[in-house]
Design a protein around this ligand. Structure first.
Ligand SMILES: Nc1ncnc2c1ncn2[C@@H]1O[C@H](COP(=O)(O)OP(=O)(O)O)[C@@H](O)[C@H]1O
Ligand SMILES: [Mg+2]
Length: 262
């Protein structure tokens, strides 16, 4: 059984159909990249998977299945249990998502306590352990910091640590490296790949950088104007696609950390 399946999914804001007829199937442990220009519907697709469409957005046709079960009829309570434990999301800039008046540790403890009946002390220790697992040395110091005291790369690692606390089966990442310099970008990308290798996490990563996508993904999806214009396994997409739009994107790939991956 596929881990995640989108079957002919159409997503609308009000009466406007924004994303049309999307089909996608992902196995456990697979990394899938969605690329496409700004406004093509990438964020809309992954927000639909997490049941978090903004501003009256709704799946108006088709179905989204997670482990064979539809996500479209989940109640608020069911979503509360699912988000963060089975499916997690990493945002473009985790720092922007964090309350600037709250220390990382307080936010992390609060996050853990919404998912588990656990003491503050145990939640704190769990947070420290997760930070250190995500290669953030001296987790205790980070817990005592405010997000603005950390670099963009560190904030993103904190976001990943939070998202990975319960080892979700699926991680959704919306342009997780766009706000970072190229060297840090490459480190974060490698970290995502390690998560897949160590925990078998499936990842959907949205990026406008086809270089990043080609480097890390098993499966590539190209979106344009709300439709999936082209998709396939990495090798096919990089070397054998005859879609003119995919070919054009490939020709325009910038380098990542000084290295060209395609
Ligand atoms: N909350 C919203 N209400 C109405 N339209 C929206 C909303 N969010 C996004 N859109 C529209 O949906 C389209 C796709 O947006 P989005 O999914 O954010 O694209 P991408 O992530 O690829 O840049 C855009 O045309 C955008 O204007
Ligand atoms: Mg977007």
């Amino acid at each position: 059984m596929a881990l995640l399946e989108l079957k002919d999914v159409t997503i609308s804001y009000g009466k406007r159909e924004i994303v049309k007829g999307c089909n996608l199937s992902m196995e456990q442990g697979e990394i899938c990249s969605i690329v496409g220009e700004s406004g093509s519907g990438k964020t809309t697709v992954i927000r639909a998977v997490l049941g978090l469409l903004a501003g009256g957005g709704k799946v108006t046709k088709g179905d989204i299945l997670f482990e064979g079960q539809t996500l479209l009829t989940k109640t608020k309570e069911e979503w509360r249990k699912l988000r963060g434990t089975e499916i997690s999301m990493i945002f473009q800039d985790s720092g922007a998502m964090m309350n600037p008046t709250k220390k990382i540790g307080d936010a992390f403890v609060e996050y853990i306590q919404t998912h588990e009946n656990i003491s503050k002390k145990d939640a704190w220790d769990k947070g420290v352990k997760m930070l250190e697992r995500m290669r953030l040395p001296s987790g205790d110091n980070i817990m005592r910091s405010y997000s603005f005291q950390l670099s963009g790369g560190m904030r993103q690692r904190v976001g990943i640590a939070m998202g990975m606390t319960y080892q979700p089966k699926l991680l959704l990442a919306d342009e997780p490296t766009s706000a970072l310099d190229v060297t840090t970008q490459a480190q974060i990308i490698r970290q995502f790949m390690e998560l897949r290798d160590e925990y078998g996490t499936s990842i959907i990563i949205v990026t406008h950088n086809l270089g990043v996508a080609a480097y890390m993904a098993d499966h590539l999806i190209v979106m344009k104007n709300g439709v999936i214009e082209d998709q396939g396994d990495r090798d096919h997409m990089l070397h054998h696609s005859d879609n003119p739009y995919t070919k054009m994107l490939l020709e325009a790939v910038p380098s990542l950390g000084g290295v060209r991956y395609v």
